[in-house]
Ligand binder design. Structure first.
Ligand SMILES: Cc1cc2nc3c(=O)[nH]c(=O)nc-3n(C[C@H](O)[C@H](O)[C@H](O)COP(=O)(O)O)c2cc1C
Ligand code: SF4
Length: 464
């Protein structure tokens, strides 16, 4: 059946819709009846006839890498459950979607909840979990209701609960409303929160969730989008799925593009098959009229910033070295990492020449200072110091030495903390200073006092 989308929501020809196939689709709704009309839960029935280990093998073969941030291979993570385990195994769907610039999981939950439930149920069968949670951020109350309704529907049809589809496999899924903090998205903070405590992240090692997770039992934590892909891997087969995208960067992923482009929004692409230029100029309709590109944060707010005029030397699979401008970067995990940043959660933030880097960095540092859980000293104190110093820089009350001071604070955090929030909060400062030191230093001149913190004067301030 030909799929039509709501007015203004047609996918771009360079998109490949797998996970977002039903998002903003004409005639689609969240009911299980609508899902069943288009093959909903057929992959679950197929998976239940397979050996659980064979499902994990298909996911490994598919090359699927986690879409929550770190890009870790999903099937490999599943094999980390200790082989001689005798404790219960849990699966948690991370629906915290807390990384600024990221807005994909909420669309899946709001518009296609049964895709997620089917993907989760297959994944639970594969890893031997009989109890699973969807940890959804506090700020998504409607999403939580939609999921609860979908779980009830799935139970009524025998796709959840006892003896699913007559297979003998039992599974309950519960929706857990989050605690409303960025750190609840970090998997070990999330687990603490789910246990009813403050979301203080746990140190790894030893607390890798696959071995010591929820209630100190093996726990698989996967992102919403990652779990949805499992359904499609079962449908297509791992080898066929791996033909989507590029080697080591397989499948599709949803880019969430925000900032200074004509058409910001979500775009599902084959990983690595589309360049930054195609994202900005073709899919997003280009930069705003009369503007030029200044910087890009390619994978959510904690990813290191890229300057528009940077050129990178990137090693190719055949061993040769290729020069790439920012515009040439294929949107995949490995190339973006080779360019010194990360593909992260898929949140692509575009900044044009109207943006003051002092203002942007201060905006980011204000967020991170607010979100540190406070457990470890470098992060608790350092994130606040970074905010105070970048406040001064953006407000024109800093001294030129403050830029170096800010930089040294960032490097005192990075690598010295319990969880990866330490890197998440210091990478923006480290990269903004490395790439825009001149502009940040110029902002400390007394004549610029008060010019940058006011968004209306940002255009003038950006010319500093
Ligand atoms: C500070 C911080 C915040 C995070 N927030 C999220 C989040 O909101 N959603 C998410 O899926 N992963 C988030 N992650 C990554 C998770 O810890 C974890 O790696 C991920 O849920 C694993 O799923 P995946 O393998 O499917 O990507 C965050 C990590 C850190 C360090
Ligand atoms: S790095 Fe920051 S967020 Fe992570 S545990 Fe330490 S204080 Fe908490």
């Amino acid at each position: 059946m030909a799929i039509t989308y709501k007015s203004g929501k047609q996918p771009h020809p360079k998109e490949h819709r797998l996970i977002f196939r039903n998002v903003d689709r004409e005639g689609w709704n969240t009911s299980i009846e609508r899902s069943l009309q288009e093959g909903g839960y057929e992959q679950l029935k197929k998976a239940l006839k397979m050996e659980p280990k064979a499902i994990t093998e298909e996911v490994k073969l598919s090359g699927l890498r986690g879409r929550g941030g770190a890009g870790f291979p999903t099937g490999v993570k599943w094999t980390f459950i200790p082989p001689n385990n005798t404790k219960p195994v849990y699966l948690i769907c991370n629906a915290d979607e807390s990384e600024p610039g990221t807005f994909k999981d909420r669309y899946i939950i709001h518009q296609d909840p049964h895709q997620l439930i089917e993907g989760m149920t297959i994944s639970c069968f594969a890893v031997g979990a009989h109890l699973a949670y969807i940890y959804i951020r506090e700020e998504f109350p409607e999403g939580a209701q939609i999921l609860e309704r979908a779980i009830e529907e799935a139970k009524a049809k025998g796709f959840l609960g006892k003896n699913i589809c007559g297979s003998g496999f039992d599974l309950e899924i519960y929706v857990h409303r989050g605690a409303g903090a960025y750190i609840c998205g970090e998997e070990t903070g999330l687990i603490e929160s789910l246990e009813g405590k403050r979301p203080y992240p746990r140190i790894k090692p030893p607390y890798f969730p696959a071995a010591l997770g929820l209630y100190m039992c093996p726990t698989i934590v996967n992102n919403v989008e990652s779990l949805c892909h499992v359904k499609h891997i079962i449908e297509m087969g791992g080898a066929e799925y791996a033909k989507l995208g590029t080697p080591r960067n397989t499948g599709t992923r949803i880019l969430c593009v925000s900032g200074d482009v004509v058409k910001p929004g979500y775009y599902e692409i084959q990983v690595g098959k589309v360049t930054m230029r195609e994202v900005i100029e073709d899919m997003c309709g280009g930069l705003k009229p009369g503007r030029t590109l200044k910087a890009i944060i390619p994978g959510g707010s904690s990813a290191k910033v890229l300057r528009a005029d940077e050129v990178f030397k990137v090693k190719q699979p055949d061993g040769s070295i290729k020069e790439l401008t920012v515009w040439d970067i294929p949107m995949d995990f490995d190339t973006i990492a080779a360019c010194g940043s990360m593909a992260g959660s898929g949140g692509v933030i575009i900044m044009d020449d109207s943006r003051s880097m002092a203002w942007v960095l201060n905006n980011l540092n204000t967020f991170y200072a607010h979100e540190s859980c406070g457990q470890c000293t470098p992060c608790r104190e350092g994130s606040l110091w970074m905010r105070k110093i970048s406040d001064r820089i953006a407000g024109g009350t800093a001294s030129p030495d403050d830029v170096g001071l800010l930089e040294s604070v960032a490097y005192q955090i990075d690598g010295k903390t319990i969880c990866a929030f330490g890197e998440a909060c210091s990478w923006p400062t480290e990269s903004f200073i490395a790439k825009f030191r001149g502009e940040l230093t110029a902002a400390t001149r007394p004549e610029n006092k008060g010019r940058i913190t006011n968004p209306e004067t940002q255009v003038a301030a950006a010319a500093l």
